[in-house]
Design a protein around this ligand. Structure first.
Ligand code: UD1
Ligand code: MG
Length: 460
């Protein structure tokens, strides 16, 4: 068979997911920050499948909207009623009318299948023709279809548990549901599938026996149970999340990231961490985060759509919100929040600051308690700080505002309206007005009052 065979994917997602007990369709629940359906679509994309067809139920406009928005290359098809997996695959037929080549059937609720596994199935089909299913040996086979093998190791048929004999139920090699076939052959076989079974449904699994009778080869590839885990409940969702995190942590460690307590570090599907980054315990990466090589992340930091440069040092207890962008060697200390801000090389904000909607030039220092007042209740405004600026502690920078290069602001100043010019000191605080001896006099008065008050108490 030639090597340039086209590939397509059919992703089954018409199940209602009632066990999730959720207003959200099951396949829009997330693992590693990505909707379940997205895992199947990205898997199909990685394996070179085009088109991908997602099969949904009639009331799943929100699933279609997410697919159209984030995976515009994919098509959606509607299965009118839940008549079984064979009927669901058939619903994709029209969308694949023009397609000639191999097709893989994936489940929209199984986020952990690896591209290597699907590639291996396509390769098996390329080598032997016919049909390839994916089997696994679960710790507990209850509920799964069983793969009944011939003496020569080919799959004779798949039998659903409800329809299986006692002997067949003792088989531990189970059906994951994934299947690779020639698209045309698959749809031909599907037209022969009936619903004379325990559930009265059209089973996709019946195509294996039918293929066998028609003289096609039917083979099984193998996967680990953890890889084919399907999400049916929140318990499954948490298990899938845990499996994803375990995978992401291992990948980071293998790529040269140091983690003191990897089990306490949470990744997203797209987190990118450079070499020789050190991550202390309890760190959370939301979607869209990049960390440059050699950076140290101290304990208890939270990141979301942020880009941290090389050799930075951040945290403990620092928060990076969308569009926080740190150049090299930036230092961000405890209780500092950065949002939609560009920080130049060597900028320091070591304690207790809010930097939002700002541009800060190289080597500038932001003092403790300094705040960009970026929001007036209606609009957001920018703060522009030049290079080598020193923002004194507790400066309130009322945006829009500019502090030019090399300027200082005096601690406690409210800096509004006019820019502070290059090399100047921005100074805005009330003149001091000390009262000589006030504190001692106040204390004496209070002590006297306390003494006379307690005498009164005793007399009562
Ligand atoms: C199916 C397999 C079984 C396998 C198991 C693995 C069949 C007949 N059985 O059983 O051999 O061991 O998966 O988890 O295929 N779906 C639709 N429309 C439908 C029915 C299902 O889109 O009418 C979708 C579901 O959303 C789900 C997938 O197909 O993503 C599998 O359906 P499910 O009902 O979970 O099949 P099982 O009975 O678990
Ligand atoms: Mg199932």
């Amino acid at each position: 068979m030639p090597n340039d065979i086209k590939k397509a994917a059919i992703i089954l997602a018409a199940g209602q997911g009632t066990r999730m007990k959720s207003a959200l369709p099951k396949v829009l629940h997330r693992v590693g920050g990505k909707p379940l359906i997205g895992w199947a679509l990205d898997l199909a994309r990685t394996c070179g499948c085009a088109p991908s067809v997602v099969v949904v139920a009639p009331a799943m406009a929100d699933v279609c909207a997410v697919v159209a928005d984030r995976w515009p290359e994919a098509a959606t098809a509607v299965q009118a009623a839940p008549r079984g997996t064979a009927d669901a695959v058939k619903a994709a037929r029209a969308a694949l009318a023009e397609f000639e080549g191999d097709v893989v059937v994936l489940y929209g609720d199984a986020p952990l299948v690896r591209a290597e596994t699907v590639e291996a199935m396509f390769a098996l089909r390329r080598a032997h023709g016919g049909l390839v299913v994916l089997g696994f040996e679960p710790a507990d086979p209850t509920g799964y279809g069983r793969l009944i093998l011939d003496a020569d190791g080919a799959v004779a048929r798949i039998v659903e548990e409800r329809d299986a004999s006692d002997e067949e139920r003792r088989v531990r090699f189970c059906n994951s549901g994934l299947i690779v076939a020639d698209a045309r052959q698959l749809f031909q076989l599907l037209s022969m599938v009936g619903n004379g079974n325990a559930k009265g449904e059209f089973y996709l699994t019946d195509v294996v026996g039918l293929a066998r009778s028609a003289g096609f080869k039917t083979r099984a590839a193998r996967a680990e149970e953890s890889e084919v885990l399907g999400v049916n409940s929140r318990v499954d969702l948490a298990a899938a999340e845990a499996a994803f995190q375990a995978r992401a942590r291992r990948a980071a460690l293998e790529a040269g990231v140091t983690m003191i307590a990897p089990d306490t570090v949470y990744f997203s599907h797209d987190t990118r961490i450079g070499q020789d980054v050190t991550i202390e315990p309890n760190v959370y990466f939301g979607e869209g985060v990049t960390i440059g090589a050699g950076t140290v992340i101290h304990a208890h930091c939270h990141f979301e759509r942020a880009e941290i440069g090389e050799q930075c040092e951040v945290g403990p207890f620092a928060r990076f919100r969308p569009k926080a962008k740190l150049s090299r060697k930036v230092k961000i200390g405890n209780f500092v929040e950065v949002k939609n801000a560009n920080l130049g090389e060597g900028v320091k904000a070591n304690h207790l600051a809010y930097i939002g909607d700002a541009d800060i030039g190289a080597r500038s220092n932001i003092g403790a308690g300094a705040i960009t007042c970026n929001y007036d209740g209606y609009r957001k405004h920018r703060t522009t700080i030049g290079e080598d600026v020193f923002i004194g502690s507790n400066t309130a920078l009322v945006a829009p505002i500019t502090i030019e290069a090399r300027a200082y602001t005096a601690a406690g100043s409210v800096i509004a309206k006019h820019p502070v010019a290059a090399g100047d000191l921005g100074f805005n605080r009330a003149a001091r007005d000390d009262r000589r001896g006030w504190a001692d006099a106040f204390r004496a008065r209070m002590e006297a009052e306390k003494a006379s008050g307690s005498k009164k108490d005793e007399s009562q």
